[in-house]
Every structure is written in C-alpha cells, then in structure tokens.
Ligand binder design. Structure first.
Ligand code: GRG
Length: 313
C-alpha cells in the first residue's frame, strides 16, 4: 500500500528517463572518437554503445547521486561508465563462445558486423574506457572539499571493479555457463546466485557509485545498496514471469515457451503465483530502503523500482 500511495505523487517518469537518456547518449557519443584510427575498433565500440538500450543503469547512478543531495552532473562520467560496462558485457555475452546471439537491441550483434576479434577487443576497450571515465570524475566540483573528493572517486572505482569482477558480474556469467546444457534443474539458491551476480551486481554498482560521488553517508550508501540488490533480483524475476505470460499469450495457451524450455526460471521453480508474490516482496523491500530519504528527491528511484516491477516487456 505504501508503494502504490507513494507512486501516485506527481512525477513524470517518462520525461525523467527521456531526459537522462538524451544526456547520457550525448556523453557516450562524445566519449569515443568516430573514425579515428583504429577506425574499425572505434566504429565497433560506437556501434555497440549507441545502439539504443533503456539506459536504466545510468539513470540509477544519476538518481542515487541526487537522492543524497549531489548535483547530477557530478555523476555523469560515472553514469556513462556503467553503461560502457553494461554494453561490453552484452558484446561479450553475444559472442559465439558464449550465448552466440545474432541480434541485440534489434540490430545485428557486434561480432556479426565487425567480426569476432574486433568484437572481443571493442569490449575490452569499452571496459578500459569505463575506468578512464570513472577516474575523470576527479576534476573537483567547486563546492566539494578538495580533500574529500578524490577519496570518493577512488572508493567509487573500487566499487565498480569489485561488482563486475570475479566476485560479481563475471562470476555470475561463469556460473550461468556452467548451468547451460545440464539437464538437472538449477536449485533456487543457484538461480538467485546467478541473478544477483549477472544482473544485480551492476545495478548495485550503478547506484552505490552515484551515492558515493554525491557524498552520501555510509548509512545512506548501504540502504541504497540494499535497494539496488532488490531491484536487481526483481528485474530477473519479472523477466522470467514475462517470458511465461508473453509466450502463453502468443500461443494462446497456459504453458508458455518458458515452461517448455530447458532454462530454469522462477515460475518453473516456484510457480507463477509464488513468483509474482516474490516480485511484490522484492519491490516492497526496495521501496522500504527509500523511507529515510526526502520523498521528492527519492521519486526517481521509487519510480525506477516500480517500472522494473511492472514493465510489460
Ligand atoms: C564485465 C568484465 C566483464 C565481462 C563480462 C559476458 C559477461 C562478462 C557477462 C554477461 C552479463 C550479462 C549478459 C548480463 C545480463 C544483463 C541484463 C539484465 C541485460 C538486459 O539489460 P537491459 O534490459 O538491456 O537493461 P538494455 O538493452 O535496455 O540496455
């Protein structure tokens, strides 16, 4: 009830996301020189990065900076950085040695257009560029104590590295790959491990980095971390539910594609009803973490959580 009451406050979420996407796209466009040698590499990086995408992670980063009272502009290089990491993870995930996908964001995948070696290297270069951008948060915003600001930047860089490395995003991908092709159903804890690492870790980094750069207190940062982990898991539970409901709609029957496929999902392990209850619980857990913040400043994070919970595709 708290969630729906709060959700009715005046806030134009569509406009909010649209404006952030424009600003982030501008930063990403400026980050990579078009046509500069090696042209194939830079073209491939730009192709992957500027191909669309909802820009949820940068929006989270900017919103987290703002909720702790920091100007959004401070977090823009970090917002660009998390989108670069997200994009490079998609480029590598699509490779023939991983998921082997031909389409991404409605367009041919990076390796289909530029070849595998360039796609691997474009991903590597995007990862490096993301840390370059993180470090560039180092130019002092005028109203931050110059003693404190570099410490925030170093801490944020450490967060990003930890969340995406062998204990984060990469770990989730490895465990997911280990599960692929086994006929055994994946136990619930294993499924949760994969989602917390593959999906939630980068959402966590996006939010936490924004809050660090914005000057949040340790308590605020930890609350926002919990918020992000809940919405990260929520993202996947909703994805699984949509997989079932969409395909049953399409097929006009109750058992959809998901229930028939090999992939282990929440509806498969818990049933559709319990999966929906779990999603509602994750949403209310996430929203609870926003209680201690100014309501108006927390509106974007509240609406982002509601959007992730109630999106239709
Ligand atoms: C990070 C160093 C490093 C390596 C990458 C390949 C790999 C290791 C990880 C794969 C991670 C992966 C594909 C996670 C899935 C993430 C996910 C939920 C994607 C969909 O996100 P959306 O819906 O996509 O935000 P758009 O296109 O809107 O950006």
């Amino acid at each position: 009830a708290a969630a729906s009451a709060a959700a009715t406050t005046e806030f134009d979420f569509k406009a909010y996301m649209g404006e952030r996407a424009v600003a982030v796209n501008r930063a990403l466009d400026a980050a990579i020189p078009a046509g500069e040698p090696p042209a194939a590499l830079h073209d491939a990086m730009r192709y992957a990065l500027l191909a669309g995408g909802k820009r949820v992670r940068p929006a989270l980063c900017l919103a987290a900076c703002a909720v702790v009272g920091g100007p959004e502009a401070w977090a823009m290089p970090a917002a660009a950085a998390v989108e670069m990491v997200h994009t490079m993870s998609l480029v590598h995930d699509d490779l023939p040695c991983m998921d082997d996908d031909d389409l991404r964001r409605g367009k041919p995948t990076c390796h289909v257009v530029y070849g595998e070696p360039i796609a691997v290297l474009a991903g590597d270069a995007l990862l490096s560029l993301s840390f370059h951008h993180m470090a560039s948060v180092g130019s002092y915003p005028p109203d931050v104590d110059p003693e404190k600001h570099p410490a925030r930047v170093v801490r944020a860089i450490g967060e990003l590295a930890r969340c995406i490395g062998s204990e984060g995003l990469v770990a989730g991908q490895v465990v997911d790959l280990e599960m692929t092709g086994t006929s055994e159903p994946v136990p619930l804890e294993r499924l949760e491990y994969i989602h917390l690492h593959k999906t939630a870790a980068l959402l966590e980094a996006s939010v936490v980095i924004g809050a660090i750069i914005g000057g949040g207190t340790d308590e605020q940062i930890e609350r926002l971390r919990k918020y992000a982990r809940s919405i990260g898991l929520l993202f996947q539970v909703v994805d699984d539910i949509l997989d079932v409901t969409k395909s049953s709609e399409e097929l006009g029957k109750t058992a959809g594609k998901d229930l028939a496929s090999d992939k282990t999902t929440y509806p498969k392990l818990l049933g559709l009803e319990k999966s929906r209850e779990f999603a509602e619980k994750l949403l209310s857990d996430a929203i609870e973490q926003l209680d201690c913040f100014d309501k108006e400043k927390a509106a974007p994070l509240l609406h982002l959580a509601n959007y992730i919970a109630h999106r239709q595709n």
